[in-house]
Design a protein around this ligand. Sequence first.
Ligand SMILES: Nc1ncnc2c1ncn2[C@@H]1O[C@H](COP(=O)(O)OP(=O)(O)O)[C@@H](O)[C@H]1O
Ligand SMILES: [Mg+2]
Length: 250
Amino acid sequence: MKKTIISSKDVVKIYDTGDVKVKALNGISLEIQKGEMVAVMGPSGCGKTTLLNCLSGLDDVNNGIIKVDGKDIAKMNDFDKSAYRARNIGFVFQFYNLLPVLTAKENVELPLLLAKKQPKEASKTAEKMLELVGLKDWSNHKPAELSGGQRQRVTIARALANTPAIVFADEPTGDLDSKTGKEIMDLLMDLNRCEGITFLIVTHDSNIGKNVPRRITMQDGQIKADKRNKDYDFTCPKAYTNKKFFNDNQ
Ligand SMILES: Nc1ncnc2c1ncn2[C@@H]1O[C@H](COP(=O)(O)OP(=O)(O)O)[C@@H](O)[C@H]1O
Ligand SMILES: [Mg+2]
């Protein structure tokens, strides 16, 4: 059954910096269904990050409606918005945003402890998440001891820890060489196909956009194209050896 996770209708976002007003989003309407993997493409400055910030409620919009789980996000107070984000959205950024003094495992545990999970449960979940991203043997290492690709895997594990309804990734391969970037994208696609995780991925890398099942192209704050990739194989690859953690637990 189709389940809409996030929808926006005619969303306008204007940054007012005194002298200049920038219309970063100029009438964005879209819907993302559970289980989808959507890439948002477009040149630098076209409004991709602004879109993620508005969809997650980090930024207010000037016009239009954003609905999450059927609820208008503008009608939530700041406390409810933060709670909604913590419970429903996982974030993956270009520059990892990991805490350097914590180990990989501690970084993954952190959002769970903040969500008041028992330390024992947080520990168990963090281990599972790290296993899911292929870092089982690296859980006690700090970010400085990990490669860029490994750090991004920790970020992905952290984003998944609270079993979010959707993961927002902003340029997740932007700081990586092309081979490592492809490995990270392959991991995200496996998590989508095999674990049913919903992704919205922002990237200006057209190679990435080519491979995902749905690609939205933005230009000057508007959606120029919204295309499905007919060749995308939705079946979980045989090589995927992890336990189907999310499929079993959702
Ligand atoms: N906090 C801000 N204040 C003022 N202008 C901003 C702010 N954030 C983004 N912009 C402007 O909004 C437009 C869209 O930016 P952004 O969403 O970051 O684009 P992208 O992520 O596609 O590179 C750009 O013109 C940018 O300069
Ligand atoms: Mg951006």
